[in-house]
Design a binder for this molecule. Structure first.
Ligand code: CO
Length: 145
């Protein structure tokens, strides 16, 4: 890729990155790079922020992502409970997998809790599973196909 992607003037149009605070970069790389298969682009120390950063590619297949806005339709649903407890905000990160079963198998083998026994139906007719946030440094991770 040589040129910056074309966007209408004044319009935001793609996700540049999603920032996730983690206590241990190596543990986070085990999940995102080794188990989920994202490609590590680079690591970098940013002295001004006093952080070490790992940038993982989200655009492997050249596919575009989406912002998913989730509004509760009932008081008795996960999103309603989330908002009641923590207020509105970032809820989950969804990563596409070419082979959902393989990713699930790998995560289970590594001891991560997969919240769904088998993939269930999500938005857009996709098959989805969620990983337990306690095993993912606090990020509710959706894997979809
Ligand atoms: Co989602």
């Amino acid at each position: 890729m040589t040129a910056f992607p074309e966007l209408p003037a004044g319009a935001a149009g793609f996700v540049d990155h999603i920032g996730i605070a983690v206590p241990d970069l190596d543990a986070a790389l085990l999940l995102y790079r080794d188990l989920l298969g994202l490609e590590l682009e680079r690591t970098e120390e940013v002295p001004s922020e006093k952080v070490k950063v790992a940038m993982l590619k989200l655009d492997r297949a050249g596919a575009a992502g989406h912002v998913e806005l989730l509004a509760p339709l009932s008081d008795d649903c996960n999103i309603a409970r989330f908002i009641a407890k923590r207020g509105p905000g970032l809820h989950h990160l969804a990563l596409a997998a070419a082979n959902l079963e393989l990713v699930v198998q790998r995560c289970r083998a590594a001891g991560l809790r997969v919240l769904d026994e088998s993939p269930r139906g999500g938005a857009g007719g996709k098959r989805i599973v969620f990983l337990h946030p306690k095993d993912t440094a606090g990020v509710l991770l959706e894997i979809c196909q």
